[in-house]
Write a protein that binds this ligand. Sequence first.
Ligand code: DGJ
Length: 740
Amino acid sequence: MSIIVNQQQFHLQTDHSSYIFHVMANGELGQLYYGPRLHDQATYPELMVREHHEAMPAWRLDTPDFQPETLKQEFASLGKGDYRDPAFQITEPDGSRVSEFSYQDFRIVDGKSRLKGLPSTFDDEHDDAQTLVISLVDAVTQVVLELSYAVFPHQDVIVRSAKFQNQGQASVKLDRVLSSQVDLPDANYDLLQFSGTWTRERHLVRTPLRSGIQSVGSLRGASSHQQNPAMILARPQTTDDQGAAMGFNLVYSGNFLDQVEVDAFNTARVLVGINPTEFDWQLSAGQSFQTPEAILSYTGDGLNQLSQQMGDFYQHHLVNPHFAQQQRPVLVNNWEGTYFDFNEDKLVAIAEDAHELGIEMFVLDDGWFGHRDDDKTSLGDWDVYQEKLPNGMAHLAERVHSLKMQFGLWFEPEMISIDSQLYRAHPEWTIKTPKRQMTPGRNQFVLDMANPDVVDFLYGKISGLIETAHLDYIKWDMNRNITEAYSSTLPADQQGEFLHRYMLGVYDLYARLIAAYPTVLFESCASGGGRFDLGMMAYAPQAWTSDDTDAVERLKIQFGTSYGYPQAMMGAHVSAVPNDQTGRITPIETRAAVAYFGDLGYELDVTKCSADEKAAIKQQVAFYKAHRELFQQGKFYRIDNPFTGDGNVGSWQVVSDDQRHAIAARYQILNHPNPAYTRLYLRGLAPDQRYRLNGGKHIYFGDELMHAGIFVPHLLESTQGVEQSADFSAFLVVIDAVEA
Ligand code: DGJ
């Protein structure tokens, strides 16, 4: 049993954590504990002690120590003496913004049901989770609040969300509704956030919490390149290998807020949910509003363990089950190889050569529709560009399929170009305010996904192509953020709903396509990693991690991304050199050695590769396929952190569940003269198991490989040409169990 109820105390118990809250004297919910697993007790006297501070509002005259500001609350409102940022706020018809939600009852159900209209976690077999739903009601408005907690004991994950139902007679306005609040009793934590911009997404930033509000979030209508919804609080001494940490994330792809408020008494309130800026929601009588889900996870065993348990949870309870455990194809994508300049024969030549090298899928990127020769036209006109592909998409797809390769196609469904038939036919489908100029971004504008007609239109176009060309894969791109947020389909007093309704439209389109075509693999993309989040992951099992394919940059991007997301989600491609984003020349072995630790692809014109390069690619693809399950599904361990020290070295490792196979890689950016003696300490092996390295003759026990490490050979100091440079090197070790 993972949910234990004692009177009005609720104990959510996972294998290694406990989360405890109760009904307070005023009928509202108070938080008691989140941390390592505790024995269940009918009461926890030490957690019930209330503090008292002079001159603070108290609940009643005769309860001077019941001071909302010092209480750990479960889902706090503002206006009754707790001055920290609240989890929600409601405006009543008379303008009052004070709420009092009192406990009514609870129910426990086996399993975890999916949310309607939103991406969500699930336990379809009803054998892994239990869900607790607490009902509270505000007596004045008759609005009911349901707080839901799905407990997944084996992955130490709790999934929270909130639902407001207006059972009163009058409309109210939700001014803000977060998904989760956690009030921690102390603030002795580091905040780990994943920040950046286009081509350098999800760089790790680790800072101690300080007094006041610190937050990451997005107001772009997308989760963004700039800040990611994944957030971790770790004790200062916590490392990848040991120590306590809590992970937070949000199953959502639009504006979000992750906030920690440290108050004067050094407590920390953690809020996660839809960003309140640019959000409000009219809740008419009889209507309800459901928040996205927030994910909480605790470990006492370091950040690798935290990432692994959260990643494992997503693979089993968030990703489309059809693909979750399925090996992902090695693909070739023509974008960096041809950009807009291609025709059928050129594409087929790439596919043919790629096929020779063992590549399994050909993906046609941007430029196949309307009359698109650059990024100024044709978005919205999802009909084949006759001049480039006169025989049509079905014919091209047939030629690719006849090679026994899969065929994938790029779309940017949410966008529209002014120079398009769609814009001429439906200018009103473009997001704009009635009286102001539209702001372009990458020469394009955004469709109003809150308008069901737009969603229907896109469904018709995309499903038509899936059927005629028998698509195996779709890359769903999104290359600009929203400006002039406004929908012509919404009344003035509901414009605050637009950005959330936009996301609901995107999710609706995804859900309809997946329901109709469950075997099509989706890869989400937003100029690389601008919408790399759990909302997308629910529909698209993999995501284009970054437009930056430079191996050195990718090391940091993939390392940072690995804190919040499993490697099976990370599209990782080898591209040509000099690299298009950095101009850097790195060896093809290093490029591959970084890309192996994700869903491997090639993003270059293979017909232009030299014989040596082709031989290297062929060998790489064969190597990857031989170890694909390990690379994509193995336990991922970060070893040397490229965000620390001089950033010259990074290393990581994947280990199979049975600990019989592992691959480690150590990357060194610049070679140094007369280097120090260096060891790579492996992780996650069975101490008593014997292993061989790279098929060599020596046998090592797991404990030796982990605690004594392996010697990292020095690199040559001289080179025979730029491709053989001793800079940008990768050292790869395959570790296999052997019998005694
Ligand atoms: C941005 C994506 O991240 C690229 O991979 C490519 O698909 C371009 N858009 C095409 O416009």
